[in-house]
Design a binder for this molecule. Structure first.
Ligand code: ATP
Length: 294
């Protein structure tokens, strides 16, 4: 059997830190959204477990530190399955961008190998295994639009009224999530930087894109902007291109903008590409992983 898999990126409509969990991790409150931008994977039957990686300019390791191989290994340990798989990964999602690239690849590996190896695990079980790989992996397994709380593993689906059109790109070098959270301790959070999460959720449910634009927010943005000033300029350029809202996603360094109509978004993407060649137009997606047998 050979499977072709789309591992979709995510953006954060909102990201708030609302406290500290008993284990010392940040207690988060986020509205997370799958988008159509994706990495492409193939997996097929083989004796050994192997991975080859293309794209990403050598920034993504192909050894056992790759989240795809870590996910495959975790699935083997959980089930006792000793089968192999030949896996290829072509990266299109920017790396260390806050777009969940590695997490989405791990989710794609878990869902794909569950089919290839005939394991019959439920998404709930895959999410539990995924959480041992990374906090965003359970979201990437479920996908769509979710309110994500705790470290990101407590997921509540939110119905999205209608598809929305976005641009996203990484205007500068990547940022490590750890570095950003460490700097947040030093900088602290100002109340005015918090997102209006309830209003944003209502706006998404009602298809009120203008209210959504006003309600977006990410408490990590001031820290990341300080570490990478290019983020600030990119957000202002997206706003000037006709977006109703523009923000950084996750811990950065990628930024996104949301538009009222597909046509306005397409024109904005073409214009922004003159300054930011990596700028891509995309749409909200209903799931995080798409599997097709070829
Ligand atoms: P998140 O949004 O989940 O916080 P991110 O988008 O900020 O993640 P990733 O692109 O997932 O960050 O990559 C972070 C680091 O993880 C990279 O620098 C890379 O070395 C490592 N990594 C391991 N496996 C992968 C993978 N399959 N794709 C991308 N990066 C990977």
């Amino acid at each position: 059997m050979k499977l072709k898999i789309q591992a979709r990126a995510k953006i954060n409509w909102t990201l708030d830190v609302v406290g500290v969990l008993p284990n010392g991790y940040h207690d988060l409150d986020m509205l997370m959204q799958s988008v159509t931008l994706c990495d492409q994977m193939t997996i097929e039957d083989a004796d050994a477990l192997t991975l080859s990686v293309r794209g990403a300019g050598g920034f993504v390791p192909a050894d056992e530190s790759n989240l795809v191989l870590r996910a495959a290994q975790a699935l083997r340990e959980h089930t006792g399955c000793e089968k192999g798989a030949a896996m290829t990964l072509r990266k299109y999602i920017p790396v260390a961008a806050g777009m969940g690239g590695g997490s989405s690849d791990a989710a794609a590996a878990l869902k794909g190998l569950n089919v290839l190896w005939g394991l019959g695990l439920s998404d709930d079980e895959l999410e539990k295994i995924g959480l041992t790989i990374g906090a965003d992996v359970p979201f990437c397994i479920r996908g769509g639009l979710q309110r994500a709380q705790g470290v990101g593993e407590r997921l509540t689906p939110v119905p999205l009224k209608r598809p929305l059109y976005l641009v996203a790109f990484q205007p500068c070098r990547g940022l490590s999530t750890k570095e950003v959270f460490t700097s947040l301790h030093e900088d602290g959070i100002r109340e005015e930087d918090r997102p209006k999460t309830e209003a944003a959720q209502r706006a998404l449910q009602n298809g009120d894109v203008r209210l959504l634009g006003r309600s977006l927010g990410n408490v990590l943005e001031p820290v990341s902007r300080r570490l990478r000033p290019d983020i600030d300029k990119a957000i202002r350029d997206i706003e000037a291109s006709g977006a109703v809202g523009a923000r950084m996603t996750g811990s950065g360094s990628a930024v996104f903008g949301v538009y009222l109509h597909a046509g306005v978004c397409r024109k904005a993407a073409q214009e922004l590409q003159k300054t930011y060649p990596a700028c891509r137009m995309m749409r909200t997606a209903e799931c995080g992983v798409v599997i097709e047998q070829i």
